[in-house]
Every structure is written in structure tokens, then in C-alpha cells.
Write a protein that binds this ligand. Structure first.
Ligand SMILES: [Mn+2]
Length: 385
């Protein structure tokens, strides 16, 4: 049986809106053509509550699966062999419907979060279980609490959506390979946008990577596509899709003037443009030091100059004295290893305590506020004695 593993489509991602659809469509179409079972690893949509314009295009793409005659059949239920979990971008609070559940209702996939489906294909049985994205600091606990166990007499897949220690830059608490439940043949993981695979226990960890560039980080500059795993040979291959090229280039300068920075960036961009077709994404990170008395903002912006030829982003990371204080603050926040959400939650808790406002579940209150339900909450609180 051939199993396609793909995800992190980020449909509707504003900066590369059209790419998000065309690149996801190519990946999904190729996966439907080549595989007997499709596993979607989350972050299918870029936002928690995607616009109808995004959902409509998504349903057209995923409708491809409904038109195929699939050989694999789900045991004990009516389902085509396409499964999905929510990622961190689709995660909503407990009582809300997330985008993965909503699309499930339209039929192109089964939501596999917190459940198991066994698919039969000839004499083969493949069991899939999943855990949707959770905040990184809770990942190990959630994984343990779910109590995943492999199905006996089947090929077993566990699907989840987290950062994994040692595989991604940046600090903070996150899932460790050791936290994965034993006995699975494939550990399919979304969230990290760079394609990667390695042995994990008795099986193989497979990270298909994203189909679109979102953060312009160095580790996103690899090829885009998805993975097909063959249960017979137990081998897998990466299937590349046509994606907009992305170059990440570092430029180091010492005591540079504004003109030197601009000239250096222009040179790098021209060189990259000479080897890329189409309109590539280029990120130039300028590091080193500025000439005395200059601020990074004195360098000026170069993005506009190349707007016809490239999606250019220049990060002037050159250090100067006045910056030292804000850098210190940022390093401090990073040192405390808090996510943006974590920081927000901390501030909310502090404010609630100051106002002597007792709230049973500040986390859920935070999510509601983040989803713009402020008015409802005020009404709820006002009702209480
Ligand atoms: Mn993602």
C-alpha cells in the first residue's frame, strides 16, 4: 500500500496567497494519483476561521479525493482513505468547531484527532491515529494522556503536529522523540516546514514539510513537496512540486555605511536573480556592524526597487549602540522561553489578578478574546452575581 504524507498547506496565507492554493493543489492531486491512503498532518488552513473565499477554493481542491475510486476501505465505517488533523493554526478552544472538523462534514476527509481508523487494502490493514496540534509545552503530556497504542496485526501510523527537540531552531519546551509512544511504523509530523525523515524507535519519523513558504526562515529554503511511503518495501520517497523558489542569503558587513549596505544587497539580489526563473522569494539577512552613528533605519528600504522581479525581504540585523537595550529585552523574553501566546496569557493573568477578577479558566478566556469574542465575554461576566 502506498501512503502519501503531506500538509502545512497554509491555504489563504496572505503574502503568497495564490501560491498557497496552486502548490497545495499540485501536491494533493499528485498524492491522490499515486497513493492508496492520504495523511494530512495539519495547518491545512492558515487561520483558525478561514474566509469563505478560502474554504470554497479548499473544497474544490479536496474534492479531487471524492472523485477517485479508492481501493482502501475503512473498517466499520463509510470513509474515503483521506485523514487529517488540525495543526496549530487551526486549533481552537474545546467547544468550538475547527476548520478540519468543518471540512470533514463536507466529506473529503476524516478528522483523525483523538481517534483511530483502520483501513483494509487487499490483505493489508493500516491503522491510523492522531493528535492535533497543542501548545508545545503541553505536547509531551497530551501525547501521554492520549495513550496511543499500535493496533495488532496492522501497519500503524501516528499523526501529530508539533516541534521536535533537536529538529528545529529556537528554545522552549517541546516534544522529544523519546515522548513518542512505541510500536508505530510511521510517525507522521506536521508543523516543521522543512522536509526531513529519520528513524524513530521501531519506525520512521516523516516530516513532509510545507508546500508554501511562510516564515522566510533559512530552514524553509529547501524543496517543497510531500512523501510517499510504500508499506511493501518500507521505503519512502520525496515527491517534489513546482514551488516558487526561495533563497535565503546572509551578507556580513563591518562598519558599513548605508550606501555599502545597499550596494551589497543589490549585488546579492542581482546574482540570485540571474540563476532563478520566475519571480523568486529572496530574503537577505545583513549581519555585522554599522558605521558609527548610523541606525539600521538609516539604510533605507530596497524592497520596492525589486518589486517587479522578486519578493524581496531585507533584514538589516546590523548592530548599533541604541539597539542594545531592546535586544537585551528580547533576549530576556527568549530566555524565559515563552511563546507569544504564553506571554499574552501571562499578561492576562496579571491583569485579572490586579482587577481581583476570578476566572475559572484563564486559558479559555484568552482564546475567546483572541477570537474577538470580547463583547460576549463582557456580557457573560456582567450576568454573574
Ligand atoms: Mn505550519
Amino acid at each position: 500500500m502506498k501512503i502519501a504524507i503531506l500538509g502545512d498547506f497554509h491555504l489563504g496565507y496572505p503574502r503568497f496567497y495564490e501560491d498557497s492554493f496552486s502548490q497545495a493543489e499540485e501536491a494533493f492531486r499528485k498524492a491522490c494519483d499515486a497513493a492508496d491512503l492520504i495523511v494530512l498532518v495539519g495547518d491545512i488552513f492558515d487561520t483558525k476561521t478561514p474566509k469563505l473565499e478560502v474554504i470554497e477554493r479548499a473544497l474544490r481542491i479536496f474534492g479531487i479525493a471524492k472523485r477517485k475510486k479508492w481501493g482502501a476501505k475503512a473498517e466499520g465505517e463509510d470513509s474515503i482513505p483521506v485523514v487529517a488533523i488540525h495543526g496549530t493554526h487551526e486549533r481552537r478552544q474545546k467547544d468550538s468547531v475547527n476548520a478540519i472538523q468543518m471540512v470533514e462534514a463536507a466529506g473529503p476527509w476524516k478528522n483523525i484527532h483523538n481517534r483511530k481508523i483502520v483501513f483494509g487494502f487487499g490483505s493489508e490493514r493500516v491503522a491510523i491515529q492522531g493528535l492535533g496540534g497543542v501548545p508545545e509545552e503541553y505536547a509531551a503530556v497530551a501525547m501521554k494522556a492520549a495513550g496511543f497504542k499500535p493496533e495488532s496485526g496492522a501497519f500503524n501510523i501516528l499523526v501529530f503536529h508539533q516541534s521536535i527537540e533537536g529538529l528545529i531552531a529556537g528554545g522552549g519546551e517541546m516534544l522529544d522523540l523519546e515522548d513518542l509512544p512505541p510500536g508505530f511504523d510511521i510517525y507522521a509530523c506536521g508543523h516543521m516546514h522543512k522536509n526531513h525523515s529519520r528513524k524513530a524507535g521501531s519506525g520512521e519519523l516523516i516530516i513532509p514539510g510545507s508546500t508554501v513558504v511562510t516564515q522566510m526562515r533559512k530552514d524553509e529554503s529547501g524543496k517543497k513537496g510531500f512523501v510517499i511511503f510504500d508499506t511493501k518495501t518500507r521505503k519512502h520517497e520525496f515527491v517534489e512540486i513546482n514551488s516558487r523558489p526561495f533563497f535565503f542569503q546572509e551578507l556580513e558587513l563591518k562598519d558599513a555605511s548605508g550606501e555599502q549596505v545597499r550596494a551589497g544587497v543589490r549585488r546579492e539580489v542581482e546574482e540570485l536573480l540571474s540563476k532563478a526563473g520566475g519571480k523568486p522569494i529572496i530574503k537577505i539577512k545583513v549581519i555585522g556592524t554599522l558605521a558609527k552613528g548610523l541606525k539600521p533605519s538609516d539604510v533605507g528600504r530596497l524592497e520596492g526597487e525589486f518589486s517587479e522581479k522578486a519578493f524581496l525581504s531585507v533584514d538589516v540585523g546590523l548592530e548599533e549602540q541604541a539597539l542594545a537595550k531592546s535586544l537585551e529585552l528580547l533576549r530576556d523574553i527568549r530566555g524565559k522561553k515563552l511563546s507569544v501566546r504564553g506571554m499574552g496569557l501571562e499578561i492576562l493573568k496579571k491583569k485579572l489578578a490586579e482587577a481581583k477578577c476570578k476566572v475559572e479558566n484563564p486559558e479559555s478566556l484568552f482564546d475567546s478574546l483572541a477570537e474577538g469574542k470580547g463583547e460576549e465575554i463582557v456580557r457573560e461576566i456582567a450576568k454573574k452575581p
